[in-house]
Design a protein around this ligand. Structure first.
Ligand code: GLY
Length: 421
């Protein structure tokens, strides 16, 4: 009996040890629902084809914008979200700390590009010019989001030199936050995020690098691009798990560059996979490959994209955190879907293999079909393009709402998809 119980205890101990080792290695294990979808998608080229008419969808977006520009005539504010049940955009004041100010003008610029109708250029300009003072924003990394989505589009579509100067100043502000000991730009200030004491970099920062690549091309000064590449390399090394899922926040020692902590702010848990964070990685590494032509970034873009696709439930719109996939009551994040769709369309255009190009295009089409469907479209509901985004659930903010950046990246995805060969 004693022998049996000793053996039993030994087995139990070994079992527990294995369970601990296994659960540590798999601390970001997919939920069963998304694992099933992953297996299906990994083993086959999935068949999704675009089942919407992009021109019709663009017309819908234009109709929605006609309503919102009529509503939004105070240019010291910007559309940010629409709560469920409301019709019109909430319009918080513009401000240096507000990362979302550039998206609405950016949408209007994209509509100008799509229609060539001067009306949209006029409306875009009214909402772009008030953002000029933010070119001097050195308080956080989002100067890239704020200025490149607004002034960046303005310069691209008009060639006006004044906008170019604003953007170059913005790029200077952004690189002022670079720490060469760490090899990244500091995303957030410690005053506003006191739980981290030193150099904070978040995955979202990848998107801000596009402004820096642009600045080097425009000025001929390589410094901006060098910083962008170093940031992308350091993030590639420190921000990802073995399965290419990403952490949201990495805190570095500002003197040695050593990683102090890996955490989340907007995800479910430090070791979970925040859906928009993974989408920023898809978009960000695809863009860095486009700008550098360096195959290590293409390889990485593919890996983080596969991890994004792996986390999708059957309607292709992620839960706000992949580790909550299938959990009753947990909201989706259409903004993560839109960011990833735009990134995947671009990735599809950059890979050499036609099989992979089809795969990423099919994944993007699956997302776009779903976003345009009754389940996610704001048609007949409110002034946005899309419903069901989640901004910052742990903070209790922007849960299952329309978000302006979901619309920005959705429109970009539609436009990119419309010219994909
Ligand atoms: N960049 C902030 C966010 O994704 O919520």
């Amino acid at each position: 009996m004693l022998q049996i119980s000793n053996r039993y205890l030994n087995l139990l101990a070994v079992g527990m040890l294995l369970a601990i080792v296994f659960s540590c290695k798999n601390s970001v294990k997919l939920s069963q629902d998304s694992q099933a979808v992953f297996n299906k998608k990994e083993n086959s080229i999935f068949q999704e084809k675009l089942d919407i008419d992009i021109n019709e969808e663009l017309k819908f977006c234009e109709q929605q914008l006609k309503k919102s520009v009529a509503e939004n005539t105070d240019y010291t504010t910007h559309p940010r979200l629409i709560e469920s049940g409301d019709k019109h955009w909430e319009m918080p004041k513009n401000g240096i700390l507000v990362w979302t100010v550039g998206f609405y003008p950016g949408i209007l610029w994209q509509m100008f590009e799509s229609t060539q109708n001067e009306y949209w250029k006029t409306e875009a300009l009214k909402r772009t010019l008030p953002l000029e003072p933010y070119k001097n924003n050195r308080e956080h990394h989002d100067v890239g989001f704020m200025m490149y989505s607004s002034y960046g589009q303005a310069y691209r579509l008009t060639g006006n030199k004044e906008y170019r100067d604003v953007l170059i100043q913005s790029a200077k502000s952004l690189i002022s936050r670079y720490n060469p000991k760490v090899g990244t730009i500091k995303s957030w200030s410690n005053e506003l995020h006191p739980q981290w004491k030193q150099h904070i970099t978040i995955i979202d920062n990848m998107l801000n690098l596009e402004l820096l690549f642009w600045a080097s091309k425009e000025t001929g000064d390589p410094i901006y691009k060098e910083i962008a590449i170093k940031h992308a390399e350091t993030t590639m090394k420190n921000h990802f798990r073995d399965d290419y899922s990403c952490y949201h926040v990495v805190e570095y020692d500002e003197k040695t560059g050593a990683v102090r902590n890996r955490n989340t702010s907007q995800g479910y848990a430090d070791e979970s996979v925040w859906a928009r964070g993974q989408a920023w990685a898809v978009y960000g590494y695809t863009m860095v490959y486009r700008e550098t032509g360096n195959p290590q970034f293409l390889d990485f873009a593919k890996k983080v994209s596969e991890r994004f696709i792996a986390g999708l439930p059957s309607d292709y719109i992620p839960y706000w955190d992949f580790n909550l996939t299938g959990k009753t009551g947990e909201p989706r994040d259409a903004s993560a879907a839109a960011v990833a769709a735009s990134g995947l369309v671009e990735l599809s255009s950059l890979v050499k293999s036609s099989e992979l190009a089809n795969r990423y295009c099919a994944a993007a089409d699956g997302i776009i079909n779903s976003l345009a469907s009754k389940a996610y479209s704001a048609k007949g509901v409110n002034d946005a393009f899309l419903l069901h985004s989640t901004g910052a659930k742990p903070q209790g903010n922007e849960i299952d709402v329309a978000l302006i950046y979901a619309d920005y990246y959705y429109l970009e995805a539609l436009l990119r998809r419309s010219v994909l060969k």
